[in-house]
Each structure stands twice: as structure tokens, then as C-alpha cells.
Ligand binder design. Structure first.
Ligand code: NAD
Length: 342
């Protein structure tokens, strides 16, 4: 191990955490991954992977022992369908994880601690129009996040700021705007819009059907950032001396309808959209990347089209494999509906 920097990635069995572990290993770090579960789709490249429950104090102490830097990604989370229906569970679990993790990091003399917050901290009143102004970091206040998920993220941001001020722990805070890519949840209820739409379109294509379901009118807008850009940005922020919250996302806003059309185009199919009732989150959201560019001298590089192409190919393969398990009993093939959107 020698002089290698020892890094802990919490949530290493999840989507971003798994990709981050691979990226950090390639950069030469020694990495411990911690999660309730192992990565679903391929083995972790972490030097050490421990199954721990970070809601528990003793598990947090064990996770952070002998560690120089923490990337804190563990959270009970999912797409809009999950976030809008599980407020108490999310607030309870994520509060425990973050309160215990940062205190354990302090007691174990960790040098740097990067917390992964979310665009969900931004107030609902700034996101009422589809064509809303991009969100600057200072727009988070006066605070009024839409869901318990966003409130908890905001409080944990404050926790990081105060741990730096009061205890000298070097904290970093990132606010992700819809990260997507291969090896992420694509079915089951916690998936987000890009994955859900890729799955529905791949399933419709396989079944020769021309219809997919969209929650609401599909005019709600978001920006989407590809996973490879996300992990590069995370590492750059950790290495920077910037300690205030920073957006990390793309600043190209598209509607859910446009996103569906882009994926259908990649899949080479034409699908009609059936609009059904369902949680949609805020009406519009985009990232203002002015500070990101100033602080990191960098911005996400991978286009939405290219990111969607890579994601669609991976999800279409998962759908094919699952369909073959159903022995192509397409009449009961369940993947085209059962949607979860952001
Ligand atoms: P994910 O759900 O794929 O990963 C989170 C991981 O945390 C999961 O593997 C889960 O098992 C683990 N976890 C949950 N409770 C735990 C516990 N008690 N102990 C140990 N591990 C536990 O989510 P993700 O998309 O990889 O998100 C990573 C982080 O980024 C999260 O904090 C999330 O809130 C934040 N974030 C993600 C996005 C996005 O677009 N993906 C957007 C905003 C913020």
C-alpha cells in the first residue's frame, strides 16, 4: 500500500459509488467501498469492500478507520416515484447515515470529507415553470425544498459547513443534477427518468409496440449529466480548496418528452406517448454552471445524445436478457409500463 492515499467510498454498491470506485482505483488510490449491498451488475474494483449499515455508529467508526479521504454517497434514495412517497423513511435513514458518518470521520482523523448533495435542495418556488432560470448555488435560500429528501440534504450540507468551521475537517459539498448512465438501477421502483425511459422504449421495441407511458404531460424539464463526467467532477472538487456547495451537472435543459424522443431516435423506433397521472417533481430545473467552471476550470464534456446512446445500449441488453428469462412470453412481459420518473 505504501504511501497511497486511502479513500472510503460510502454507497459503493450503488450507481455513482460503483463508478467512482473504478475511477479512483485507476487514479492510483487505495479504496475501501462500503454499502448495505454489493454492486448489482459487476464486481467492485475496491481494494476492500465491507457490507456495513451506516445508520449504525459502530459501523461508521469501522468504515472510516485508517482512512484519509471520504466520498460520502450512501443514501436511501431513488427516482421521483420513491422520493415523493417515502418521506419519513428517507429523512430518518439519511439523517442517521450522515450524522454518524461525519462524526466518525472526525474521530478517526479523516483529512477530507466530500458530501454528495442534490439539486433537490433548491426551493420549489424557483422551479414552477418549465422554462425556469438555471439554479445558482445561492438560490438554495430562503430554503423550501419540495421533499424530505431535499430538506435532509440541506441540513447535511450545513453539517459539513459547521464541521469545517468548528472542527477544521476539510469538507466539500457537491449538488448533483440528474446523473445517469450504465450500471444504474433501471427497474424495480427506484430508477430515474433516463433509465425508466430507456427500459420502456427497449421493451416496446422488443414487443413491436408503439406506445409508452409518461407521468404527467411530459413537459417538465431537467438537465442530465453522464456518469463519466460526474466522477471526474467529484475528484476535481475533492482536490480543490473550494468548500461551499457546488453544482455538478449539465446546463442543457430538456423536457421529459424530448428525452423520450431522443431515446426513441437512438433505438430507431417511433413511439407514441400516453400521458398518465404520476409524481413529476418540480416543473422545471436546470443547473447554472458559472461557479462550477470558475472553481474547477472544467465542465461536463459528454453530450446528452452520447450519454443516452451508451445508457440505452446497456439497458436494452438488460431488457433482452430478462425477456429471454421470460422465454419471450411477450404477452405478459412487464417492463414497458410500471414506470418511475424523476
Ligand atoms: P444509489 O441508490 O445507486 O446508491 C446509494 C447507495 O447507498 C445504495 O447502494 C444503497 O444501498 C446505499 N445505502 C443506503 N443506505 C445505506 C446504509 N444504511 N448503509 C450503507 N449504505 C447504504 O444512488 P446514486 O444515484 O449512486 O446516488 C449516490 C449519492 O448521490 C446519494 O447520496 C444521492 O442522494 C446523491 N444524488 C444522486 C443523484 C443522481 O442523479 N443519481 C442526484 C442527486 C443526488
Amino acid at each position: 500500500m505504501g504511501d497511497m492515499v486511502r479513500v472510503l467510498v460510502t454507497g459503493a454498491g450503488g450507481f455513482i459509488g460503483h463508478h467512482l470506485v473504478s475511477f479512483l482505483r485507476a487514479q492510483g488510490y487505495w479504496v475501501r467501498g462500503v454499502d448495505l449491498k454489493r454492486p448489482e451488475f459487476c464486481a467492485s474494483e475496491a481494494n476492500e469492500f465491507e457490507l456495513l449499515d451506516l445508520r449504525k455508529w459502530q459501523d461508521c467508526l469501522r468504515a472510516t478507520a485508517g482512512i484519509d479521504e471520504v466520498y460520502a454517497l450512501a443514501a436511501d434514495m431513488g427516482g421521483m416515484g420513491f422520493i415523493s412517497c417515502n418521506h419519513a423513511q428517507i429523512l430518518h435513514n439519511n439523517s442517521l447515515i450522515n450524522l454518524h458518518c461525519i462524526e466518525a470521520a472526525r474521530q478517526n482523523h479523516v483529512n477530507r470529507y466530500l458530501y454528495t448533495s442534490s439539486a433537490c435542495v433548491y426551493p420549489e418556488y424557483r422551479q414552477t415553470e418549465t422554462n425556469c432560470a438555471p439554479l445558482k448555488e445561492e438560490d438554495a435560500y430562503p430554503a423550501a425544498p419540495q421533499d424530505a429528501y431535499g430538506w435532509e440534504k440541506l441540513v447535511s450540507e450545513r453539517l459539513c459547513i459547521h464541521y469545517r468551521q468548528d472542527y477544521g475537517l476539510e469538507t466539500r459539498i457537491v449538488r448533483f443534477h440528474n446523473i445517469f448512465g450504465p450500471l444504474g438501477t433501471w427497474q424495480g421502483g427506484r430508477e430515474k427518468a433516463p433509465a425508466a425511459l430507456c427500459r420502456k422504449i427497449a421493451a416496446a421495441r422488443l414487443e413491436g409496440l408503439k406506445q409508452i407511458e409518461i407521468w404527467g404531460d411530459g413537459e417538465q424539464t431537467r438537465s442530465f449529466c453522464y456518469i463519466d463526467d460526474c466522477v471526474v467532477g467529484l475528484h476535481k472538487l475533492m482536490r480543490s480548496d473550494y468548500c461551499e456547495p457546488l453544482n455538478l451537472g449539465q446546463d442543457r435543459m430538456v423536457s421529459i418528452n424530448q428525452l423520450a424522443d431522443m431515446i426513441a431516435n437512438i433505438a430507431g423506433v417511433q413511439v407514441n406517448r400516453t400521458h398518465v397521472p404520476g409524481p413529476q417533481g418540480v416543473r422545471g430545473r436546470n443547473s447554472d454552471n458559472t461557479r462550477l467552471k470558475a472553481v474547477l476550470r472544467w465542465e461536463p464534456q459528454i453530450s446528452l445524445e452520447e450519454g443516452l446512446r451508451r445508457t440505452y445500449l446497456w439497458i436494452a441488453k438488460q431488457v433482452m436478457e430478462l425477456a429471454s428469462e421470460y422465454s419471450f412470453g411477450v404477452a405478459t412481459f412487464p417492463l414497458r409500463t410500471g414506470n418511475k420518473e424523476p
